[in-house]
Each structure stands twice: as C-alpha cells, then as structure tokens.
Write a protein that binds this ligand. Structure first.
Ligand code: ADP
Length: 497
C-alpha cells in the first residue's frame, strides 16, 4: 500500500523496548512515528499535534490506557486507536474496542504483526478518506445542480421577454412573470393548463400545434405577430416558438418567447403619420409648380424657344417623378394603416396597361426600348380598385424601363387563369441577384450597384405593389437572373362571378 499522505502514528507505551521497537519498525516502513512513555505524555502530544493512528498500551502506571482512550474520543474523535495488550488482559482489549478502539495487538508482537495491524488501520483511513472525498464531490455536484437550476430560474423570471414552455401535448410546464403580464393573464397560474385554455388565442394555439408536429428536419421555429387587448390598451407581440427535441429527434415540448413590440408599432405609426404629413405638404406645391410649367410649355405665357421648351419639359418630367414617388408614399402609409379605402369597381386591365405604357413612352424612347404586349382578347374584367391597379402596373412597368439596358425589351402579358387574372411584366434588363431577390419587396430597399446608382428611386414601389396585390387577395412573385432580366407575375382574383 502506498504511504498515506500526512499519516502520523503515536505509540504510547511505558515499556521502552516495546515503544522503541515499534518506532523502529514503523519508521523503517516510512511512516512518521512519535513515541510517548506514559498516558499523560500521550495526551499532551495529542492535544498539540494531529495524529491519525494511536497505538496505546492499556496497562500503564499513572493514567491508564482506558482513560487515555476516553479522553482521546473528545480531543481527536477521528483518531484510530489500536490498543496494545498483554494476553492476560484480552478482556480489557474487548472493553477498549467497545469504547471506540479500532483494533488491538497482543504483546509481545512480531514486526510483521505490527505492520499488518497498522496497515489495516491505514487501509481503513484511506477508505474513509475516499468515501469522504466522494461525499463532498456528490454534495458539491448536487449543490452545483441546485445553483444552476436557481440561476436559470432567476434569469428566466427576470427576463423582459415572456417565456412559455409546454410539454409535447401543449400543456404549460413553465412560464415567467413577463408572459402573464404581457398577455394580461396574471390572475391564474398557467401551469398545468393547456395553452388554448389559458391564452385563448387561436393563432397561438395553431402555431404551437404546428411546432409540436414539426418534422425532424425543421427546427428554426415559427414567428407570429399577435395583438392583445382592447383599443386603448392594445399591445403587439412577436411570438417565436421552437420545438425542443431529444437526442433522437423526438419532440418533447416547445419553448415560446414573446417580445413586446408595442413601442415599435407606435414608432411605425408615428413615422407613417410623419411621412403622410410631409407628403401632403409636398404634393400641393409640386402639383401647382407642374401646372404653371404646363402653362409655359403650352405657350400660354408667351412664346418660348426650342431650348427653353426642352429644359422646361425636362423639369416637368422630374417633377412628375417626384409626384409619383409622393403618391406611392401616401398610398403605402394608407395601406399600412388600413386606411386605403378601396373602391372596387369593374375595370378593364388592358386599358390600364395601355395608359401606363403611354406614360412610359418618353423614358422608353430614350433607351430605345421595345414594348411587346400580349393580352388575351377574351380577358375577363376584374373587380378591383382602379387607382390601385394603375399604381401596380405603372410601378412594374416603370421598373422594367428603369432597370433595362439600351435597346432592351419590355413585355407585358395578361391572361385568364381560372378564377384569376395573371399579369406578367418582363424585361431583359440588368436583372436581380439571388442575394437581393428576397429583399426587393422590403420597404426602402434599393439594390446598390454601379447600374442602380444612376437610377432615381426610393425603394417603395415594390412594397406598395405587393401591399395592394395582397389587399386584393392576390399574389406577386418574381424570377430574375443578373444580366438576363426579370419577370414579375401578379395573380389577382377576378372578384366577380
Ligand atoms: P425603386 O424606387 O428603387 O425602383 P422598387 O421598390 O420599385 O424601388 O424596387 C426595389 C429595387 O428592386 C430597385 O431599387 C431595383 O434595384 C430592384 N428592381 C425592381 N424592379 C426591377 C427590375 N425590373 N429589374 C431589375 N431590378 C429591379
């Protein structure tokens, strides 16, 4: 057995030969040993030094071994005591064991007997130390787990975002105070309730059902915008829900995080109001400038020469661009705030397409673009808001012209598709890269390239077109390839029987 660290043996015996013999044998083994010739001296040493093993003679003059043993229990309770006893006093040895001695060795003993008995004691100490180490470790890891758990709970409970955890059947197993506060459901604890029963939101329940039924390949989760409460107290949230899976991929619950976006909505509303106000303020003076310019161009204010005429009509053209942009801004903010009052009527798309092409002629001629129009002769009329349809077609055509190359082509097609009308606007211009394609319907998004730098625009045409098409329950899709061209496809329900 390896020498135990910090092991110190005390031998207390009044017989010199025994105590010094024992010291010699034990020291030879490499074990630190101290000797004492009496019980008194032994106790004195025990008070001042820490020993692990005490070899104690029971029969000594003065304070007896048995008394030393009793005192030792108080001073160093962990000290292992091996009593040294003569054959005649074996009963005493038994008594000593009863009083807490660990082992005994009869006198006289051989060096081997001594080594064996001390080794046994050392084994016991070593086992005890190991057991103690394991106990401390286990306690520490239990403590760590408890700490970790309380740390996690503290974080979750103090998060500004709402957190809701359900099991695989949609029953709530954990929530933080933020989520009950956000949803105004603080009275009753949601724990143990089914989400549908607690929150009573169909959208939320449907989202959770989807998440809990997700294939193993889908893990990104689902986001949903929700609103809660009555008008003055209305709050808006974005809820993001994701499945929780085992190592094998089985779903055993869901975690949903709620962000309060009421303030963002408020910002958005303020921004829309601001844009609205500025646009209105700009539109009137611009329209009046445009009218005055018409008077000049039409010669009503006196004759102008050709150069002056060209300059004024260029200015007029730029002002038309500005007025168009302002109308787009106004329409967009109206659509977003749900204020775009749609006056649906029976309209003919070919007419609108023709008018839009007419508007583009000047720009198209500058680039020597060719228009190709293919409209189904039997095209059904459509039930829609006329002004909105003009906005859709004009914006798509204007982009096909703006982002085209010299001598390029713009084709416009319209045909019946069951209950829908399909309008296609295609060009063979600069095209849109794969990276930009998903973002072109975002508000104010403009592609930055050598080419687009030269083109005037505001990034609100396509978002407006999309908003209008969707407000008519239609869809818009785009296909494009850099350098080859772009095709926008709009599907609109005819809206009439
Ligand atoms: P803009 O006022 O910049 O034209 P839009 O919202 O109409 O704003 O379009 C967004 C961006 O999409 C444009 O800046 C342009 O880069 C790209 N884009 C739109 N239509 C086309 C097209 N037909 N061909 C190439 N790029 C286009």
């Amino acid at each position: 057995m390896a020498i135990l660290e910090g092991m110190h043996i005390l031998v207390v015996d009044d017989e010199k030969i025994i105590r010094e013999g024992a010291e010699r044998i034990l020291t030879k083994e490499g074990w630190k040993t101290t000797i004492a010739e009496s019980g008194e001296r032994g106790l004195e040493l025990i008070k001042g030094t820490e020993f692990q093993i005490l070899m104690l003679d029971l029969m000594m003059p003065g304070i007896s071994g048995m008394e030393v043993l009793k005192n030792v229990r108080e001073i160093q309770p962990d000290l292992l005591v091996i009593v040294i006893t003569g054959y005649a006093t074996i009963e005493n040895a038994v008594e000593a064991m009863r009083n807490g001695a660990y082992d005994f060795i009869p006198k006289p003993f051989t060096p081997d007997q001594l080594r064996i008995v001390v080794r046994r004691a050392m084994d016991k100490i070593s086992l005890e130390r190991e057991a103690e180490r394991l106990r401390i470790e286990r306690e520490k890891s239990l403590q760590d787990i408890a700490n970790e758990k309380s740390k996690t709970l503290t974080i979750i409970n103090h998060m500004a975002d709402g957190v809701l955890v359900t099991d695989q059947n949609g029953y709530i197993v954990l929530n933080n105070p933020a989520v009950t506060r956000m949803l105004g459901l603080e009275e009753e604890s949601p724990l143990g309730k089914h989400l549908s029963e607690w929150a009573g939101s169909e959208d939320l329940t449907r989202m959770l059902e989807k998440v809990l039924g997700m294939e193993s390949s889908q893990d990104q989760g689902i986001s949903l915008e929700l609103s809660w409460g009555e008008d003055p107290t209305k709050s808006f949230f974005v809820a993001h829900s994701a499945p929780v899976r085992s190592d094998k991929g089985e779903i055993f619950g869901s975690v949903t995080v709620f962000n309060d976006v009421t303030w963002l909505k408020e910002f958005d509303r303020m921004k829309s109001e601001f844009v609205d106000m500025v646009s209105h303020e700009l539109r009137s003076p611009l329209s009046s400038i445009r009218q005055k310019l018409s008077l000049i161009v039409d010669g009503l204010t006196g004759e102008i020469n050709e150069e002056q005429g060209q300059i004024v009509s260029r200015v007029q053209h730029r002002i038309d661009g500005l007025i168009g942009m302002i109308s787009n801004l106004l329409d967009l903010s109206r659509i977003e705030s749900g204020r775009l009052v749609q006056q649906k009527e029976r309209i003919s798309l070919p007419e609108i397409i023709d008018e839009a092409i007419d508007l583009m002629t000047q720009d198209a001629e500058k680039k020597e673009l060719k228009f190709e129009v293919a409209i189904d002769a039997q095209l059904f009329p459509i039930h829609a808001d006329r002004q909105s349809m003009e906005t859709v077609i004009t914006n798509l055509l204007s982009n096909a012209v703006k982002y085209n190359r010299e001598g390029g082509r713009v084709s416009v097609g319209a045909q019946n598709r069951g209950e829908f009308i399909e309008v296609k606007v295609a060009d063979n211009g600069v095209g849109i890269s794969k990276e930009d394609l998903p973002r072109i319907f975002d508000k104010f998004y403009r592609i930055r390239s050598e080419y687009t730098r030269k083109v005037i625009g505001s990034g609100i045409g396509l978002p407006l077109v999309k908003a209008i098409v969707e407000a008519h329950f239609g869809t818009i899709t785009v296909e494009s390839e850099t350098g080859k061209g772009t095709t926008f496809t709009v599907l609109l329900p005819r809206g009439i029987g």
